[in-house]
Structure formats: C-alpha cells, structure tokens
Design a protein around this ligand. Sequence first.
Ligand code: MRU
Length: 331
Amino acid sequence: MRVRALWWDDGRLALLDQRLLPGREVVRRLRSVGEVAKAIRTMQVRGAPAIGVAAAFGMALAAADGRSRPETAAKQLRATRPTAYDLFVGVETVRAAWVGGDDTLGAATAYKDRIVEECRQIGLAGADLFRTRTNVLTHCNAGALATVEWGTALAPLRVAMERGAKLFVYVDETRPLLQGSRLTAWELGRERIPYAVIADNAAGHFLQSGNVDAVIVGADRIARNGDFANKIGTYEKAVVAKENGVPFYVAAPWSTFDGSKVSGRAIPVEERSADEVLEVAGHRTAPARANARNPAFDVTPARFVTAFVTPDGLIPPGKLAARLSRTRRPE
Ligand code: MRU
C-alpha cells in the first residue's frame, strides 16, 4: 500500500506525524509557517526531501497570511534543521516565487511534484542494481516517509520487487530515534518486502559474514567531491562495507546535492538534545545525571561510495563534480 508523508489539504499542510509511527497514524493539519517550522524541528516530518517539501509549503502558508515577510519566514524555516540541504532548496524555491510576485502555492506544489518524480526516477535508475543482489542493508528511513512518496534508498527496492526480484532487507534500527525499526520496517511491511530489523551494532557482523550483497542509504547533503552527510552511523556502515567488498550506494534527488560545498568538512552537522540518547522511546534508561552527546548525522568520505543513484542514473563519486556543474540549481 502506497505511503504518503504529506499533502496539501484545503489551505493546510497535512502530514503524518512520524513521531507516533508505527503505533498510531495521526494526521496533523498545519495552518502557519510557525507550525510548519515546529513540525520540522520536532521531527513530526523528517527526512531531507520531505523536510524540503514541508518547508516549501510553509513558505506558501506564510505568503498567504498577509502578515509575514519572505525573509522572516525563510529565516524561521532555515533555522530548524541545519544539515538537510533540501530544506534550503525548498525554502529558496518558494521565496523566489514570492519575491517575484508569482503564485507561491503553485511553486510549492510544483516543487513537491518535482521531488516525487525525481524519487520515482531514482527507483527506475537503481532497480537493476538489485536484480541479483538480493540481500540489502539500509540505515535510517529513506523511504516515502522521508521524501513524500517513493523514497530514495527504498525506491529502487520497490521497483526491483515490482519487477520480480526476491529481496531481503536488513534494517538498522537507527538509534537514538529508531527511524529504521519504527519507520522503515513499517513501510516495508506495508509493501510486503521481507525484512529483519537488526541492532545498529549488528550491521558489521552481517556484512562480514557474507549476508549482505549491497548497502543503500539516502543522504541529507552531498558535497561537490562526493562526501555526504547522512544519519549518524552511516559512516561506520560504509567503512565496514568497503572492508568486506560490499558495494555501497547513496540515493538522492538533485535537491540534496550541494555543489557549493567543496567537501564534507563544510557540511554543518546538527547536534540534537541529549535526552534522545539518554532515553529510549521516552523512557529514561541512563542514570539521572548522565551526560550525552547526540550528533544527528555523520559525514562519509566519497571513497566509500560505489555510486550515487540519482534521477539521471548512476554517478560514481569521481564524476560528480563535473555533473554538478551542469545541474541547474533552483536557487
Ligand atoms: O533525522 P532524520 O530522520 O531527518 O534523518 C533522515 C536521514 O538521515 C535520511 O537517511 C536522509 O534524510 C535521507 S532521506 C531520503
């Protein structure tokens, strides 16, 4: 059954509250840019492409209310989550329409449609990778919930399944917020794609023991040289994949590629509340006065990437810079 993370509903941005999945399917209907900013910050909506689309509709809501100004609304949204480049692209796309006197809801809708179509193309471009590589590992949630529809990492798996491939997906649970065990498992279950959730620290074991034929993940921001930021824990999966000769793919729409960043060192990494680490699903597991660090993302160097799965096909990291100089940026 097809999953949709968000949609426009009679003057409001409707979204599935991802904090409550898989236990409860609650739809929030947001009326203002402030509500959208809060939904992004608190991860009611999450995943780089979906954040970008939500922010685009947030800008449209701001434009419609007659009191907001383009720069103020853009600043409020940009301050929510620093790593996902899509956020900045989504905001800028609608800010430009607003400043230019164009239809902002039309611009947000067109942006959403473009992201959905690019994810569909990622699925078509990557499906052949999984014709023979049947056991796949993924990290975090890079499915429809993270992108509006289709997904990035999960899109090629969906298409490969439709074409008759026999897949099995190892799903990293993805501490601290469990996007793998809560969200990816929920999506795969709805689509009847066989999977097993594994503890984050089990991935090395499965890669080493020959159980995994390929790894595919999404990204929050990809620098010009192919270094990329994704959910914390991605880096170590990439290193262990290379150590064991397992190909490692990164799937993303063009809105995730930040050609202005020369390397991953320039990508800002969001640090979130210590409570997310000290608690599991809202229950305190650490001692009362324990300290914690909680970087939400890490940066994987390009040398660990076999290829980027883009809407225009597979691109090896070494060819990315040349390709990005030909990409028309929406800003
Ligand atoms: O903190 P999150 O849940 O927003 O992080 C999401 C990820 O890291 C995803 O892997 C990434 O955004 C790619 S989504 C297609």
